[in-house]
Design a protein around this ligand. Structure first.
Ligand code: PCA
Length: 218
């Protein structure tokens, strides 16, 4: 590893909603500093707070000057690593954030576009993950809480940084969390880390996305 590697910015979120941990933060801690496909991973764990998460993201983009940005978040109850297709320009919080804010039907960027597409090769990533025996699917919504907020802020920022690709991946519960959510799917941390590494490798080796079905099987 040296200072001349181009960088990948990998973000996760602090715990929220009463959970003691957030798998996305654990993955970021495991991969921070790792070299993947000759790119150095710069990891950042962001606040689960509207507005503040966006400022932390902007600071991280300025510091790391990444070629690729992958933002991660927890989606408890999902049964796959979910490659988000689209970020929408609305905050509509089901629960308060970690600072007690609960915006309802608020635009994220006033006068901004309705939505941005992920610029990661989401279908190729789903195919690579499934080939590696990891559960994966394209998701058509990142919700309207912090994850969508951050994803939209990211794509809005990247709109002014041509050539920098970015997107969002939602991850399931860890087994220790699922114990408190009976019946929900869980994926061990090692498998989640393996999935994120593979998603990054696939991004670096794929310029044009593949065309194939990447939907959930159920
Ligand atoms: N998941 C939440 C916000 C932070 C996180 O990890 C979401 O899906 O919006």
């Amino acid at each position: 590893m040296n200072a001349f590697h181009p960088t990948i910015l990998l973000t996760g979120f602090e715990p929220f909603g009463g959970e003691p941990i957030n798998p996305s933060a654990e993955i970021v801690r495991r991969l921070d500093g790792r070299v993947i496909g000759r790119h150095r991973v710069v990891g950042r764990v962001l606040s689960c707070v509207f507005g503040r998460a966006r400022e932390e993201l902007h600071a991280a983009l300025a510091d790391a000057a990444p070629r690729v940005v992958l933002a991660l978040g927890q989606a408890g109850g999902r049964s796959e690593l979910s490659l988000e297709r689209v970020a929408i320009n609305v905050d509509d919080a089901r629960i308060p954030d970690n600072a007690g804010q609960q915006p309802i039907d608020q635009p994220i960027v006033d006068g901004g576009p309705t939505a941005y597409w992920s610029t990661l090769p989401i279908k190729a990533i789903v195919a690579a993950l499934r080939s590696a025996a990891l559960p994966a699917a394209v998701s058509q919504t990142a919700g309207t809480f912090l994850c969508n907020h951050l994803f939209f802020a990211l794509m809005h920022a990247l709109d002014r940084r041509p050539g920098v690709r970015g997107g969002f991946l939602h991850v399931p519960w860890l087994p220790e969390q699922a114990a408190c959510h009976p019946g929900d799917f869980a994926l061990p941390l090692d498998e989640q880390v393996r999935g994120v590494e593979l998603a990054l490798k696939t991004t670096l080796s794929t310029t044009a996305d593949t065309r194939e079905s990447g939907g959930a099987l159920a």
